[in-house]
Design a protein around this ligand. Structure first.
Ligand code: ADP
Length: 373
């Protein structure tokens, strides 16, 4: 069993006791692929390094399986780590690089041979075993680094931005390989990245962090559709979720609408009741809507006349399959629409969009916490 339990873990650095990780409390399940994601400096690596034993824990407890590991040295934790800078020994062959750690542990030669060959087969580097690292591509070198971790047959893999030195195409390929490897090995993996796409595509669950504090722990689907707050909503998703500031007002026949100085949007019943329950009628709130949930299609805004946002075309970015259309809607930020590339607009053209209000989310204006689902 390679469950990892982090019990109210804190990390403070230096004389000033600067807080790097605050009250990190989480169970990482056996065989789970868990991703820590967040902007640079939010405490992802520090948390991973505490699990590895490379960093002292200031406060709290960490269990791997049933063992309290707070004071256990890294080598006794049954973990393997893969870093961004996977230093391979330049003068050793691929085979020797993979075997090195096992030789240090005085594993019998024939067992080492079996382990290296098994790892090489899994990673499809069997044909390169006699080569030196400089004779390999970046992706092949990263596979050798993974091989060094695999042969140790650990219960837990810890990976700290292992793909960030690779070019974009290789990253996509290695991403798929690590997902496959996780399934094949049946181990617990904890993976650190600042890249929200890696987090979304690789994780069974994602931990979004900010300033040393967990913001949300959930599946990629839930993180995307039900973000805990505006920080998570804007960090996950590209282009990010649009935020619009406005006030809630009651209209005729018990309807509730979201008003800005330029337009009003009627709120569907389910969300309306949640906003009433939170006593937010008359108050300023933040509406969040993803770029794919606003439509430029005339048929849509004829069907939903009370969900139309008038705007002025600012810029458009053609991405191939999509065009990102930026509209000035009278707020600090542009509203971004993920549109079909067939839409072309002149500079300063008047462009209206219809918001799919069933997909809109409302957040508290001050704390950024999500109110509606
Ligand atoms: P991330 O991996 O999310 O980029 P880190 O875990 O590396 O973030 O860092 C979290 C915070 O802890 C940052 O503010 C960083 O400056 C600080 N920090 C990290 N390592 C040290 C250290 N050895 N000494 C002092 N502060 C550190």
């Amino acid at each position: 069993m390679a469950r990892i339990l982090m019990h109210h873990v804190y990390k403070r650095y230096g004389k000033e006791k600067q807080i790097a990780v605050k009250d990190f409390h989480l169970e990482i399940r056996d065989k789970e692929f868990l991703v820590f994601v967040g902007p640079s400096g939010c405490g992802k690596s520090t948390t991973l390094r505490m699990i590895a034993g490379l960093e002292d824990i200031t406060e709290g407890e960490i269990y791997i399986g049933d063992t309290l590991v707070n004071d256990l040295p890294p080598k006794d934790r049954d973990i393997a780590m893969v870093f961004q800078n996977y230093a391979l020994y330049p003068n050793m062959s691929v085979y020797e690089n993979i075997a090195f750690g096992l030789r240090l542990r005085k594993m019998p030669k024939h067992e080492i041979d079996l382990a290296v060959k098994r790892a090489a087969r899994v990673l499809e580097i069997e044909n390169y075993l006699t080569r030196k690292p400089k004779e390999l591509s970046g992706g092949q070198r990263q596979r050798v680094a993974l091989g060094r971790a695999i042969v140790r047959n650990p219960q837990v893999f810890l990976m700290d931005e292992p793909l960030s030195n690779l070019d974009a195409k290789l990253r996509v390929q290695m991403r798929a390989e690590i997902i496959r490897l996780h399934k094949q090995l049946g181990v617990t993996m904890v993976y650190v990245t600042h890249d929200q796409i890696e987090a979304m595509t690789m994780g069974d669950r994602i931990v979004v962090m900010r300033d040393g504090i967990i913001q949300q722990v959930d599946t990629p689907e839930m993180i995307y559709t039900q973000p805990a707050n505006t920080f998570v909503a804007s960090f996950i998703g590209s282009p990010p979720m649009n935020f619009i500031s406005g006030r809630l007002h009651e209209g005729h026949g018990g309807t509730i609408a979201f008003h800005t100085s330029r337009f009003a949007l009627e709120i569907p019943d389910g969300k309306k009741h949640q906003l009433i329950t939170h006593k937010l009628i008359g108050k300023v709130v933040t509406l969040g809507i993803r770029p794919e949930n606003v439509s430029l299609d005339e048929i849509v805004f004829q069907a939903f006349p009370r969900a139309v946002i008038p705007g002025v075309h600012n810029i458009s970015e053609l991405m191939g399959a999509d065009r990102f259309v930026h509209l000035d809607i009278g707020q600090e930020r542009m509203l971004i629409v993920r549109a079909n590339p067939r839409y072309h607009f002149a500079e300063e053209a008047k462009v209206s969009v219809a918001a799919d209000m069933s997909k809109a989310l409302f957040f508290h204006a001050d704390t950024g916490e999500r109110i509606t689902d």
